[in-house]
Write a protein that binds this ligand. Structure first.
Ligand SMILES: O=P(O)(O)OC[C@H]1O[C@H](OP(=O)(O)OP(=O)(O)O)[C@H](O)[C@@H]1O
Ligand SMILES: Nc1ncnc2[nH]cnc12
Length: 172
């Protein structure tokens, strides 16, 4: 497990910008965490820790989820499943439409995940639309969702109701 002091410092690096990308949205940006080696290490460890040995593939949703999924997969010696936004996968085997806090989107992926235990990771749990869609996508591909981990849960947006199994490193 990561050191609590290091995690607290990592949380303090998350920036908050009002009215981005739309008026009324309080945007949380984890980019400063990614560019700090100790903070990135602590957050990566904290994302994976509750699920130790319970997964063999890490999935992240484009784009910010990719960054964390890559870090967690490397740290835990597992593979990586990129879940892409619409139009990027040549022959998607699964496609899911969804709504998120500030828009609508479609995610796609290809491959046979039969027998794979997948840890889903993302930066922010807001309404939960993105992770709910990602869970559905993994299951459509034949995989089992072994866990869901996010860096930051925005509690007032109700994402926990949509994804009750989510483990959040930080909550706001
Ligand atoms: O809980 P929700 O309301 O679904 O919102 C959370 C999602 O919103 C952001 O992704 P975004 O689609 O903005 O993509 P990005 O990673 O490319 O910035 C964030 O990275 C999460 O995936
Ligand atoms: N408020 C927010 N900040 C950052 N990413 C988000 N994704 C959805 N809502 C968000």
């Amino acid at each position: 497990m990561p050191c609590p002091d290091e995690l607290a410092r990592a949380e303090s690096l998350i920036s908050i910008t009002p009215d981005f990308p739309q008026p009324g949205i309080l945007f949380r940006d984890i980019a400063p965490v990614l560019s700090d080696a100790d903070a990135l290490h602590a957050v990566t460890q904290a994302l994976a820790a509750p699920f130790e040995h319970g997964f063999d593939l890490v999935a992240g949703v484009e784009a910010r989820g990719f960054l964390l999924a890559g870090a967690v997969a490397t740290a835990t010696g597992t593979g990586l499943l990129p879940i892409r936004k619409a139009g990027k996968v040549p022959r998607p085997d699964a496609s899911v439409d969804y709504a998120l806090e500030y828009g609508i989107a479609t995610i796609e992926a290809s491959g046979d995940l039969t027998g794979r235990r997948v840890l889903l990771v993302d930066d922010v749990l807001a309404t939960g639309g993105t992770l709910r869609a990602a869970i559905s996508l993994v299951e459509q591909l034949g995989g089992t969702v072994a866990g869901v981990a996010v860096v930051l849960e925005l509690a007032e947006l109700g994402g926990r109701d949509a994804v009750p199994e989510a483990h959040a490193v930080f909550a706001a």
